[in-house]
Design a protein around this ligand. Structure first.
Ligand SMILES: [Zn+2]
Length: 448
C-alpha cells in the first residue's frame, strides 16, 4: 500500500548517506520500473521489471487470500488479464525489452530482442498457482503450465548443466553480438552468470514441481498437471498414494492408481467420505474421457475447468481405485492477434501445452526464408532418437531455391528469389539449442 504514494520511499532511500546502490537501478528512479507508479490496487497494466512485477503480484495474491481483500484480488485479476491478453509470448515468456528487463506496451512482443527471463516465467507460474488456489479455476493452470513447459524448461539444458537467462523466440546466432540490441541474447546456454538468479530458480522450481502438479482444498485434491510419478497425500482422507503413469505431454493417456499407505507414519483423522478429486480438463484437450476401474464415467460434474469426482463416482472408497484419463491434443497452427506487429503474417505450431520451433540442425540455414503452408495438413510422429524421445512435427512449405547462388549477388535486385518446396521439421521449443548453436524460429511466415 505504500507503493505509488508520497513520500516515495524508493526515492528517499537512494538519498540516504549510507545507501549502497547494489542493483544499479536507474537513477533517478523510474517509478514504473519498480511498480511504484500507482498504488497497487489501481494498477491495471503489468509494468516495469518483469521478475519483480510477478513477485509483487504473488505477495498481493497471498495478502488478498489471507485477509479476504477483494480490491487487492481484483487488482491481481486485472494484472493477470493484461499479461495474458496483451503482454505475454506464446511460450509463456514475459518482459519484451532487453533494456531494463521490462514489460513495455500492449502487443509489443518482438521475437529476437526480447528478454523473457527464465525467472520471469517462474514468477508468472508462482502467481498463477496462487490465483488457482484462491479461485479453484483451471484457467490459471493453463497459463502456469505454458510458462513451465516452454520458457522455464527451455531455460535449462537437457543435461542440466547450462542455462538461458534470456529466452528469445527467434535466434540468428551470428548477429547476437555485444554492444548491440542483442547484447543480452545468448544463442547457446551458459554455464553460469554474473547475476546468477535463473539457474537456482529453475532448480528449486523443478524440485518443487509437486506444488504445481497438485493443489488441495478442504474438500479434496486437485490434479493440475500430469506427470508420471508417485504422490503421497492426505487430501483424499487417510494417507494415500497415487501412482501416476503417463507420457504426457506427448500423449494424453494418464493412469492413476490410488492405494492406502497402511503403515503410514502420518496418521490422519479426516475421513474419505466427503473428499473429492478434481482433475483438470486442459483447455487444449479434445475428447476428454475418464474411466474408473475400467468403466466409462460420463455424468461427472465439471467446475471451473476441472472434472469433479466424488465418492458417488467410485465403487466404495478412494483406495483401490484405478482412474484412466484419455484426451487428444493434435498439433495445430496458432496465429497471433494482428495487433502483434512482430507476428503479422506468421504462424506457430502448438501441441497441447508445448510450443514448437524450427531449428537449423533440421531445416538448414536461413530459417527466416522458410514459409509454411497453413492449408496443408501437418503430421506428427514419435521419434525415439531425437532429443531423448520427442514427438516431431512436419509441415509443408517453401523456401529459396539454391541459396548459395546469392553469396555473390548484389544486396538488392529487381527479381524476387525463386522458391521451391520445403518440408519443415519442428521440435518442442523447450528442447531447442540442445544440438549445437544454430538458428531457431518459433514463428514462420505463412502462405495459403
Ligand atoms: Zn533470472
Amino acid at each position: 500500500d505504500r507503493r505509488g504514494t508520497e513520500p516515495n520511499y524508493l526515492f528517499n532511500e537512494s538519498k540516504n548517506e549510507d545507501f549502497i546502490d547494489v542493483w544499479h537501478d536507474p537513477n533517478p528512479y523510474i517509478n514504473e520500473y519498480g511498480q511504484n507508479h500507482l498504488p497497487v490496487r489501481k494498477q491495471k497494466t503489468a509494468e516495469g521489471h518483469a521478475v519483480r512485477a510477478t513477485y509483487l503480484y504473488c505477495a498481493m495474491a497471498d495478502i488478498a487470500q489471507k485477509y479476504q481483500d477483494e480490491s487487492l484480488f481484483e487488482a491481481c485479476e486485472n494484472l493477470y488479464n493484461n499479461i495474458i491478453n496483451k503482454r505475454m509470448y506464446i511460450t509463456g515468456g514475459i518482459g519484451s525489452s532487453g533494456v531494463m528487463e521490462r514489460f513495455t506496451t500492449d502487443y509489443d512482443l518482438p521475437n529476437d530482442t526480447n528478454y523473457s527471463e527464465s525467472c520471469a516465467s517462474i514468477g508468472l507460474a508462482l502467481f498463477c498457482r496462487r490465483m488457482a488456489q484462491i479461485t479453484g479455476d483451471s484457467k490459471y493452470i493453463d497459463t502456469m503450465e505454458l510458462a513451465l513447459m516452454n520458457t522455464v524448461l527451455a531455460g535449462i539444458a537437457m543435461d542440466g548443466k547450462s542455462f538461458f537467462y534470456v529466452n528469445p523466440l527467434e535466434v540468428w546466432p551470428d548477429n547476437c553480438i555485444p554492444a548491440t540490441d542483442k547484447n543480452h541474447v545468448k544463442p547457446v546456454r551458459q554455464k553460469w552468470f554474473g547475476c546468477a538468479c535463473c539457474p537456482p530458480n529453475i532448480a528449486r522450481t523443478l524440485s518443487s514441481l509437486g506444488e504445481y502438479l497438485f493443489m488441495q482444498s478442504d474438500d479434496g485434491l486437485f490434479i493440475n498437471m500430469f506427470a508420471g510419478g508417485e504422490y503421497k497425500t492426505t487430501a483424499l482422507g487417510g494417507f494415500k498414494k497415487l501412482d501416476i503413469q503417463t507420457k504426457f505431454p506427448f500423449d494424453g493417456k494418464i493412469s492413476i492408481s490410488i492405494s492406502d499407505i497402511p503403515d503410514a507414519v502420518v496418521k490422519t483423522e479426516n475421513s474419505e467420505a466427503n473428499k473429492k478429486l478434481y482433475i483438470r480438463i486442459p483447455s487444449y484437450a479434445h475428447n476428454f474421457t475418464i474411466k474408473i476401474n475400467g468403466s466409462d464415467i460420463t455424468d461427472y460434474r465439471t467446475e471451473n475447468g476441472y472434472a469433479v469426482l466424488s465418492k458417488a463416482d467410485i465403487a466404495s472408497a478412494w483406495r483401490g481405485t484405478d482412474i484412466e484419463i484419455n484426451f487428444e491434443m493434435p498439433a495445430h497452427f496458432v496465429y497471433a492477434n494482428p495487433k502483434v506487429r512482430a507476428d503479422a503474417g506468421k504462424a506457430a505450431i502448438k501441441k497441447g501445452p508445448l510450443v514448437y520451433c524450427a531449428e537449423q540442425v533440421d531445416n538448414g540455414e536461413n530459417i527466416s526464408s522458410i514459409m509454411v503452408d497453413i492449408t496443408k495438413p501437418i503430421s506428427e510422429y514419435w521419434d525415439e532418437n531425437t532429443l531423448g524421445g520427442i514427438t516431431v512435427i512436419k509441415a509443408h512449405g517453401k523456401t529459396i531455391k539454391n541459396p548459395e547462388q546469392y553469396d555473390d549477388k548484389a544486396l538488392y535486385s529487381d527479381t524476387p528469389a525463386e522458391l521451391g518446396y520445403k518440408e519443415i521439421t519442428y521440435v518442442p521449443y523447450a528442447n531447442w539449442g540442445n544440438r549445437g548453436a544454430g538458428e531457431m524460429y518459433t514463428w514462420l511466415r505463412r502462405f495459403c
